[in-house]
Ligand binder design. Structure first.
Ligand code: ADP
Ligand code: MG
Ligand code: ZN
Length: 503
């Protein structure tokens, strides 16, 4: 709908309040698919990881993957859900070329886990604020295949000469986590949505059930947003922005949608219930199709599958073997590492907790490990536009660099060059030190020669020091550092200078 002006986010929030709802798909990292034994490895030749079941040949029968059910229950427990003692899979009927059965096996009114919550924290100018996000359900389903449209300029079906479809992804287990509507976040709505996605990602990662890489599509968020006039008795009509693939985009999908809907309402229009597509390059969504109603999918229980009926004993065993979850981990490291609120938030925001912990486990003091990951390495990750964990350096290598500084082999400045070398693929820290000749020069022979040269080249400074102006030694230390390309032990150089000039 065309309208006169889209208000700014701040303007929109003076008049309207948003309600959010997040539906998140997680691709499980099981070895085989949801209902057959085909492998799930990413990147194989198209249509090599398929069989009669996931290609839906007549007469083939699906069998539930127990590991996928286990993953669903573990996530449900970690989200404080109750686990259903009995539930059936349902067929969700719709036609799509990348879905060979013409229905998707999903769970409809009998999801495996219901009624949980996840607590998130967002930073505000007045300090951190906590929100409890209610989780309506966690259910299991299967992924579709993947279409590629060839011949057009945009990669979309419009203008393409033909399309290819790869069914390797068809039947990969998915979990869908659906929140209850989230009111009451006001101008923090975009940050709350982002914090929820980040917290859910970290939770899933700690369970080890998925690699949750948003950029590779193993975690994708559908972002529902509605707005209503502040204080109105009913919520507005929501739109659903599909397949949002980064934390930053989750945030922007919410803020841009609040602005757009406010523009529609300000103009006397009505928000239509529709799915929208987030356009990374625009930072906002464009209209997709108007939304199907549940009845359009003609859900019914899948007659080919037995109900899922996890025993109490199994559920309790899974509960007892949950790993330490992110919230507990944060509480523990806050005490162990004596962190302030801000220091903890910095670690969370940089997505560095797991990396710093691993570095500490390799023997580094936590303060040094935090410093290296949060300063030097975060800066490089930002520069290269990759996640911190995707930098080609391991916690063990970081710990080794920290140890080399602690034992005096490297200065902080030299350490940065070693980091650079490791990131450039020049090998282990010790190999980089060797190959680049980065060791601190502290033996008196080599250093003494550099000091003599510095004194000879700077007679004025040397005279001042001789005359008692010790501060003038700084210029000579500087000259030594320069001559040794930063590799001199500055403290020792200063001592030598003062010794030589006092005699
Ligand atoms: P559908 O089955 O059509 O996807 P759901 O009832 O599952 O609809 O809701 C989808 C998501 O939208 C859920 O997370 C839900 O909490 C959320 N939601 C429902 N109503 C609203 C609303 N008025 N505004 C924002 N989000 C909403
Ligand atoms: Mg839904
Ligand atoms: Zn198969």
């Amino acid at each position: 709908m065309a309208h006169a002006v889209t208000p700014s986010f701040e303007q929109a929030l003076t008049k309207y309040e948003p309600v959010l709802g997040l539906e998140t798909h997680i691709e499980l990292g099981t070895a085989s698919k949801m209902f057959c034994s085909c492998p799930t490895a990413f990147g194989a030749e198209p249509n090599t990881q398929v069989c009669p079941v996931c290609l839906a040949f007549p007469g083939s029968l699906p069998v539930v993957n127990e590991k996928a059910v286990e993953g669903a229950i573990r996530l449900g427990l970690a989200l404080n859900c109750s686990v259903a003692p009995w539930g059936r899979f349902a067929r969700k009927n719709y036609f799509y070329p990348d879905m060979p059965k013409n229905f998707q096996i999903s769970q409809y009114d009998e999801p495996i886990c219901v009624d949980g919550h996840l607590d998130v924290t967002v930073d505000t100018p007045d300090g951190p604020r906590d929100f409890r996000i209610e989780v309506e359900r966690v259910h299991m389903e299967e992924d579709t295949g993947k279409s590629t449209h060839v011949g057009g300029s945009t990669g979309r079906i419009h203008g393409a000469s033909h399309s290819n479809v790869d069914y390797n992804r068809a039947g990969i287990p998915l979990l869908e986590i659906v929140t209850k509507p989230i009111p009451g976040t006001g101008e923090l709505a975009p940050l709350v949505a982002r914090a929820y996605a980040a917290e859910l990602r970290d939770l899933v990662r700690s369970l080890g059930i998925s690699d949750v890489r948003m950029e590779e599509g193993s975690m994708r968020c559908d972002v529902n947003v509605s707005i209503n006039e502040i204080g109105a008795s009913e919520w507005g009509t929501r739109s659903e922005t599909k397949n949002v693939n980064s934390l930053r985009s989750v945030e922007r999908a919410v803020s841009s949608e609040i602005e757009r809907q406010a523009g529609v309402l300000d103009d006397g229009g009505r928000v239509v219930q529709e799915t929208r597509h987030f356009q990374e390059h625009l930072g906002r969504s464009t209209s997709g199709r108007s939304k199907e109603e549940a009845q359009d999918y003609r859900y019914f229980p899948d007659p080919d599958l037995v109900p899922v009926a996890p025993s109490k004993e199994w559920i309790e065993e899974l509960r007892a073997t949950l790993p330490e979850l992110p919230a507990a981990q944060r509480a523990r490291i806050t005490t162990e590492w004596k962190l302030t609120d801000t220091e903890l938030r910095d670690l969370v925001n940089a997505d560095a907790i797991v990396l710093v912990e691993a570095t500490v486990a390799e023997g580094a003091p936590s303060a040094e490990a935090r410093k290296l990951w949060l300063n030097e390495l975060s800066r490089r990750a930002t520069e290269q536009e990759v996640e911190l964990g995707a930098l080609p350096i391991t916690p063990a290598q970081v710990a080794r660099i920290i140890a080399l500084v602690a034992e005096g082999t490297l200065t902080n400045k030299l350490a940065r060059q070693v980091v650079e070398g490791v990131l450039a693929g020049e090998g282990e820290p010790d190999a980089v030190v060797e190959a680049r000749g980065l060791k601190v020069v502290s033996d008196d022979g080599a250093l003494g020669a550099a000091v003599d040269e510095a004194i000879a080249a700077n007679p004025d400074a040397a005279d001042k020091v001789r005359g008692g102006k010790v501060a003038a030694a700084g210029a000579l230390v500087g000259a030594v550092m320069k001559a040794t390309r930063g590799q001199a032990d500055a403290g020792r150089a200063r001592e030598l200078i003062l010794e030589k000039l006092s005699g």
